[in-house]
Design a protein around this ligand. Structure first.
Ligand code: ADP
Ligand code: MG
Length: 706
């Protein structure tokens, strides 16, 4: 995780107003802009990497270290390995891939031992920085090229000779995340020059914790993280930072949990007769995991302290029924219930479902969304303020100031990761007492992640599908098979079924050869499938229009819905049996799985067609995983491993600090950090230690604590 110097305007070096003052030696807080000899372009590049002070750069960790002893000659390359070579670029040419969009850059490289081919996919910037005759270091995967010669595929490029720097940095050379004007070479030199400052960095772990766990002090850890003498030193540095990364979120979660359990909330007694009656009213039998999840929730509702539970279940696993049962129980106890969803389409759908499920009990949910008309809104707010209305479904419109929910006892939040803590708190503050919270998500979160990131939540999982569901048959559609795919869609429609086409964009964008929903809608309805009834749906349509089109499609007025990712979550049209995804390689695995979950919701066999013209093997691997696997949790684990790093689940967007996926997957280290956090809370229950307070501050956006 990266720690920044406090405040935006960190202290600069000597300013222009004191041209004659002796230069002040930089400190950790010194702004890079105040240092001599950093060009404007480089400052911008540093800014793009999020680096503004000397301390930021010292916390800009290498992506990997390269063992100089493992550099190979071209003659030594073997397909299947990942290798590093130092070569001269002998020839270079770029061309368009067979299938429109992709740009390929091909090179012929040589060293004293021979020649090899190199290919880069879709990296147009390389065209500008690479020239024939350049000496470069390449690091990447070796595949079999023409006539069995080794070929480097998408290697990282460094325009320098490593050996020149070798004496300075030892055998393990750090390789950093780079950007234009900020190369690894520059970073290595800058960091080496400022490394003595590492020891003045304020320690971020309490000394007791560090000593009990045998972890390196911060300064030493920083130095070894960049320039380790050997693998052992690097491992010790990684251990220290990995521990810290797992320690603070767990500490914050434990604190949040403890504070919650100490609060008094509302109680909805577990009334077995009410539960039985609800189950008996359903048109189907609950699955075993639905039963178990419902039971866990009802037990929580019966407790005096506020519930904070996450209901996780793959798309179509039947979470809404379970949520309806919880709502039924809370209402039977005299409480009000809200269900908040991230989009109006989802809110409308939940409203409809709850109305059907709860009508036998004379419970009539209200719907409050952005497009609700003023007069009706007034009426709904009135019913809620008096407590006459017990159940309301809606969007963010529910948390507006004039919405009063005096008897609120249960908040159900769909796709909870789309809302922040602030929005939850606003909902909570509408209640007289602390309401229970039930969050639902169809985004499968691998256990390894959820233990750390959702540590303050109790989790109920639905891991089985309702009976008679068949896995959705998933296929790649190459450009040459496009006509067959349309024939197949037409055939499904002729059998009375419906389908979706998903496109990555709303409109055609200049320079992007991606199919857009608007253009595809025109093309399909005029040229390809003129005999079918098509409807277009995208995020720029007014909410009301979206809802109407969606409803018309759901009731069978249209055969094919052409849409952007607005239909990603929740949309439930059991008669839809085919979904075609354009530019499938542009979407993440989790999102593709969500799209696929739009079909296979009824009794008919369903199909997912992945349109792709991507030749990049990485993209292919992702699509192949989708073809071979149908369990969302498994796919989430695969996704995590395929990425290896970066930001799974857009965590940063939701306020999490940067994390290394590798650390999140380390069960042993997580356990250690967890135990240490528990011990700390015993010693310092109010968390008065300023070091600890600082450490958990970054998590205030995701966990609730005072
Ligand atoms: P989720 O919200 O988890 O994606 P839903 O609650 O929308 O799933 O349920 C998907 C569909 O399955 C709905 O049409 C629902 O009526 C149906 N369903 C739910 N539980 C069962 C069950 N136990 N048996 C048969 N059908 C079910
Ligand atoms: Mg749902």
């Amino acid at each position: 995780m990266r720690r920044r110097a406090e405040g935006p305007g960190a202290v600069a070096g000597p300013g222009p107003e004191s041209p004659h003052a002796a230069p002040v030696p930089p400190t950790l807080e010194t702004a890079l802009a105040g240092l001599p000899k950093i060009s404007q372009e480089r400052l911008q590049g540093l800014g793009r990497l999020g680096l503004h002070t000397v301390a930021d750069v010292l916390h800009h960790f290498p992506r990997r270290h390269e063992d100089q002893r493992e550099r190979l000659s071209l003659a030594q390359l073997r397909p299947g390995a990942t290798s590093t070579v130092e070569v001269t670029v002998a020839a270079l040419r770029s061309r368009r891939a067979r299938y429109r969009r992709m740009e390929l850059l091909e090179a012929e490289v040589e060293d004293l031992s021979g020649r090899a081919e190199v290919i880069w996919f879709n990296q147009p910037h390389l065209r500008r920085i690479l020239h024939e005759g350049d000496r470069v270091t390449l690091h990447g995967r070796v595949v079999r090229g023409t006539r069995g010669r080794p070929k480097l595929q998408n290697p990282e490029v460094e325009r320098e000779r490593r050996s020149e720097q070798q004496s300075k940095v030892g055998v393990l050379v750090p390789v950093y995340p780079e950007t234009a004007h900020v190369t690894s070479r520059w970073l290595r030199a800058f960091i080496a020059d400022h490394l003595t400052l590492a020891d003045s960095a304020p320690e971020t772990l309490p000394p007791e914790v560090r000593e009990a766990e045998g972890l390196l002090p911060l300064g030493m850890a920083l130095r070894q993280r960049h320039f380790p003498a050997d693998q052992g030193e690097l491992d010790r540095a990684l251990e220290r930072f990995g521990f810290e990364e797992l320690f603070f979120p767990q500490l914050a979660a434990l604190l949040s949990r403890r504070q919650r359990l100490a609060r008094t909330g509302t109680r909805s007694p577990y009334d077995f007769a009410v539960a039985r009656e609800f189950v008996a009213s359903l048109p189907f039998r609950l699955t075993e995991s639905q039963r178990r999840a419902a039971h866990e929730i009802l037990i929580d509702l019966d407790r005096p302290s506020p519930m904070n539970r996450l209901l996780q279940g793959d798309v179509g696993s039947g979470k809404t029924v379970v949520a309806a049962m919880a709502a039924r129980m809370a209402i039977a106890a005299g409480h009000q219930v809200v269900l908040m969803a991230p989009t109006e389409i989802l809110a409308r759908q939940h409203h409809q479902t709850l109305r059907e499920l709860l009508s036998p009990f004379e419970i009539w949910p209200r719907l409050l969304v952005g497009s609700t008309r003023a007069a009706q809104r007034r009426e709904i707010l009135g019913g809620l303020a008096t407590g006459g209305d017990k159940l309301v479904v809606g969007t963010h419109a529910l948390i507006e100031d004039d919405v009063a929910l005096p008897q609120l006892g249960l908040c159900i939040v769909d796709e909870q990761h789309r809302f922040g803590v602030a929005q939850r708190l606003r909902l909570r503050d509408k209640a007289a007492a602390n309401p229970d919270f039930l969050s639902m998500t169809a985004t499968p979160i691998p256990r390894s992640l959820s233990l750390t990131l959702y540590g303050d939540l109790d989790v109920s999982q639905i891991r089985e599908m309702p009976p008679n569901r068949h896995p959705v048959t998933t296929r790649l559609v190459e450009p040459r098979d496009r006509e067959d795919a349309y024939r197949f869609i037409r055939q499904q429609v002729s059998r009375g079924r419906q389908g979706f086409i998903i496109c990555p964009l709303i409109d055609d964008a200049p320079g992007l050869e991606v199919r857009s929903a608007t253009a595809e809608y025109e093309r399909l309805s005029q040229e390809v499938l003129p005999d079918l009834r098509l409807v277009l749906l995208h995020g720029r349509l007014p909410a009301k229009e979206k809802a109407q089109r969606m409803a018309a499609f759901a009731s069978g007025d249209f055969d094919l819905l052409v849409a952007t990712s607005v239909i990603e979550v929740g949309v439930d049209v059991p008669n839809a049996t085919v979904i075609g995804i354009e530019g499938a390689d542009r979407f993440g695995l989790a999102q593709l799985h969500q799209f696929r979950g739009r079909v296979g919701r009824g009794e008919h066999l369903s199909f997912c067609l992945l349109f792709t013209d991507d030749e990049d093997p990485g993209g292919r691997a992702r699509l192949r995983a989708l073809i071979d696997h149908h369990d969302g949790f498994e796919l989430a684990e695969i996704d995590l491993r395929l990425r290896g790093s970066g930001d799974p689940y857009g965590l940063r967007q939701h306020g999490f600090p940067e994390m290394r996926v590798g650390d999140l997957l380390d069960d042993g280290l997580r356990e250690r950090a967890r135990t240490a956090a528990e011990r700390v809370l015993v010693r310092d229950p109010a968390l008065d230690d300023p070091i600890l307070r600082t450490g958990i501050r970054g998590y205030q956006v995701v966990f609730e604590f005072d």
